[in-house]
Design a protein around this ligand. Sequence first.
Ligand SMILES: [Zn+2]
Length: 867
Amino acid sequence: MSSETEEKRSKAQPNGCERAFVQGNKIKWFWAPAFFGFWLLLYVTISIPACHRLPRPLTIQDEETHPDQFIAERAEKNLRELVSLGPRVVGSRQNEMAALKMLSQKMQKIRSGTANDIEVDVQVASGSYVHWSMVNMYQSIQNIVVKISPKNTNSTTYLLVNSHYDSVPAGPGAGDDGSMVATMMEVLRVLAKSDKPLKNPVVFLFNGAEENPLQASHAFITQHKWAKYCKALINLDSCGNGGREILFQSGPNHPWLMKNYRRAIKHPYASTMGEELFQHNFIPSDTDFRIFRDHGSVPGLDMAYTYNGFVYHTRHDKAEIFPRGSFQHTGDNLLALVRQIANSPEIENSAKYAKGHTIYFDVMGWFLVFYTETEGVILNVIVSLVSIGICGYAFKLMSVNSGIKLEKILKKVGHTLLVQILSVVVGAILPVLLGLFMDAVHLPLSWFSNSWLILGLYFTTFFFGLAIVPALYFHWTKRDKLPIGQRVQLLLHCHCLLLSVLTLIFTICGIRSVFVLMLSCLFYTVGLIINIATKLHTKDVAWVIPHIVCTVPPFVFFAYFSHGFFTTFIPMFGRFGENLNPDLAVAVFSVAVGFLCCGFIIPVLQLFNKSKTIICGLMGITLLCFIIAMTPIGFPYRPETNVQRFAVLHTKRTFHDAQNKVRRQESGYFIMPQDRRTYTVKNAVINMTLAQRIGSDCDKEINCGLPLYNQRWHKTRKNSLWIPASEPVLGENVPTVLLLSKNTVSPTKIRYEMQLSGPNHMALFIQPLNGAKMMDWSFHQAPLRLSFEPPYFIYFSWGVNGDPLKFWLELEKPNGNWNSSTLELGLGGHWNHHKELITPDFKKFLDSFPHYVDATPWPASFESRIF
Ligand SMILES: [Zn+2]
C-alpha cells in the first residue's frame, strides 16, 4: 500500500473525534504546541512542586496537641541564637567560646528534668591526618559531645549523629550547618522529654571544626572515649540553605541502614545517583561522612541540604531565609530515624548485616523504592530482555499486518536503529557546540539566575538534533511501503532496543544509577503490550494514546528527579573554578536529562503534519533564548541571591635568600576567581586592570609564593590574580619558624628541631634543596611513606590553645655536602576572621567591586626562608 492509498483509507472512516486531531494519517500540525504544552504543564504542575514541597511547620503552640514531636519553631529559635554570634571560624572567640557556651547551656537545660541519662562532654583534641596531598594538622579544636541513654543501660552500641557549628569566615553559616545543629538540638530535646524509651544510647556530636576541613570529626572518631562504641552514623550537612535534605550516601555495604531509613522516614528524598556522583568526585565538596568511614569504619547515612546553593559559604547564608518547613522536614525525619536505628536489632551486630550495595530512590517524595544491588541486576536484566523480546514480537506482527516479509522488516529495523543512534549523536553534538560557542562569545553562565534558559538553549537544541535526523530519513524514504504510523512505532521500538542494550552494558559495568534506563524501558514496554493487546498498534495514530499514557509516569518522575539535580548543580557552577566551561557541562547534563525524560516523546513529533517545520521551530526557540542571554536577563548574577564569588587575600609576601636577606618583598591583593566570568569584574573594577596572573611565580617560588591553606585552591592557583597594593596590617602573632637546634646525625644526615608559632590558620611548605632528601620528621608519616612530591604541605590550625608547635625534620644528602642550603620553608599565615585588620585601602578596594560580587576579604602573609 502506498502512502497515498493509505491516506485514502484513513480518510475513508474518520469519526468525529478523529477528525479534530487527524488529517490523513498524521496528527494535525497545530496540535504540536499543545503536545509540548502538555509535557511542560506536567513538569511545572507536578514535578517542580514535588521537588519543593515542605510539611507544615509545627509551632510552640502546637506542642500540646503534638506531644513527642519535632517543633520547627524551636529549631528556628536555636538557629537564630547560634547565628547571632556571627561567623564561627575555628580559633575565633565566636567559635571556641561563644558557640561552645551557648550550646553547653542549652544542653544543661535539656538535661534537667529528663528520665534519660544525658552526659555532656567537651572534647579538646589535637591530631593530624592526610587529606589528598596535604597533612591536615590541628591543635586544641573542640567538640561538644552529648550522649543520651536510657536509665541504667550498659549497652555498648551507640548511634552517632553529627553536624557542625563552625562556619567559614565569609558568612554566618545558617544553612551550612547551623540549621542542622539547630535541628539536632531540637531532636535531642524531644528525645530527652519523651517516655518512649531508646534501646541504645545516641551520641550527638556538635562538631566544632568541619570547615577547617573535617578536623573535628577526625578528632572524635580517632580519640574520643565513645568513638569505638559508635556502630552507625547519621551525618547532617549542607551545601545550600533550606529545601529538603537529600540522602545522598549510604553504607557503604550496609543495606540494613537503608531498610531502616525506608521504615522510619516521613518525607523520603534519596538518590543512588547522588551517591554515585559524590563517590566519583563530581561534587566539589566533602563531608565528615568520609572521615567516619575511612578513619572509624562507621557505616552511615549522609544527608544534606542542596537547595539555594547560591548563598552557600557567602555572607547571604542567613537564618532569615531558611524556611521553617525545612526544619520540620528534616526534624520529622531525623527524630524518626534516630529512634528507628538506635532501636534496630541490626545496629547491635552491624557487621553481620554488612553485605552489598543498595539502589534507592524516592518517588516524588511520596515513598521510597529500595532494593539490593543483586536484585537490581536481576531486575535490569529481566526488564531489558523482556523489552527486547516484546519489540521483536512487535516486529513480527508488523510483518504479518503489512504483508511485508519479516526479513525486510528486520532490515528496516536495522536502518531505523542506525538512524536513532545517529540522531542521539547529532542531538548530543549540537548542545555541546552551543556550549562551546556560548563560552567563546563570552556568554557563559547566562542561566545562573534564570535557569529556564537552559531549557530554551540546550534542551531545545538536543531535541532538534534528536528529531531532525529521523525526519530527514522519513522524508528521503517517503516511498516506503510501511505507513508513517508504523514507521514511527519502529523508531520508538528501536529507541527501546537501544535503551535495553545500554541498560545491560551499564549493569555489567556495575553502575547502579542505570535503574533509570531500566524504568524507561519498563514503562515503554507496558505501553507496547497494551497496544498489542488492544490491536491499536495496527492503527495510524491511535496507538499514540497508550504510548503517551505510559510515558507520563516516568516523565513526571524523571523531570522531578532532574529538577532536583539541576537545582543542586546550577549554583555549584559559581564555584567550580575558572578552568571549567560551565556551559559545556550544562550542555552535557541537558543531553543526559533530555535523553532520559524525552527519549520516547520526541519521536512522536514525526507523526505530526509539517513535522519538519515544527522541529525547526525548536531552533527558533534556541535563537530567541540566545538573544535573551545577551540581554540583562542573561547576566548571571543578582545581588544577595545569585552572587559572584571571590576570595581576596590582602597579602604581604617576603622571600629570603640563602644568607637570610630579603631578596623580594611585596604587598598586594591576591584574588582567586571561582567561576568562568572573572572578566566581568575585571572590566568593572579599575584596579583589576592592573591584575597579573600569578602563573610565572609558580615556576620561581615555593607554592607559587602563595599563602593558600586549602587543598582545593591549589588546582586553580596558576590562574589566580595579583594586584600590587599597600601593605596589609597583620595581627601581632605573625607566623614564625624558629630554628631550635641543628644536629648532625651522621655524615650524610642532619636533624633540625624547629618551632612554629603564629595565627590560628597557617600553611607550611617544605622543599628539600640541593639534592637533600626528607628521611623522617615528626609530622604525619604518610607523605614520606607514600613518597609524595615535594614541597610537602602541612596545614596547621589551632582552636583554643595557640601554643607554638615544636617539630623536627631529618634530611639526608648522599654527598654529605652541607655547605649549600638544605631546605626551603614557605610559611603562610591567615587572619581570616579579623575584621579589625582590614585596612582603609583594602576596604576601598573591596567596595569598588560591583554589588553582585560576594568577596571574602582576609589579611594574609607569606614568607619563604632557606636553611
Ligand atoms: Zn558544612
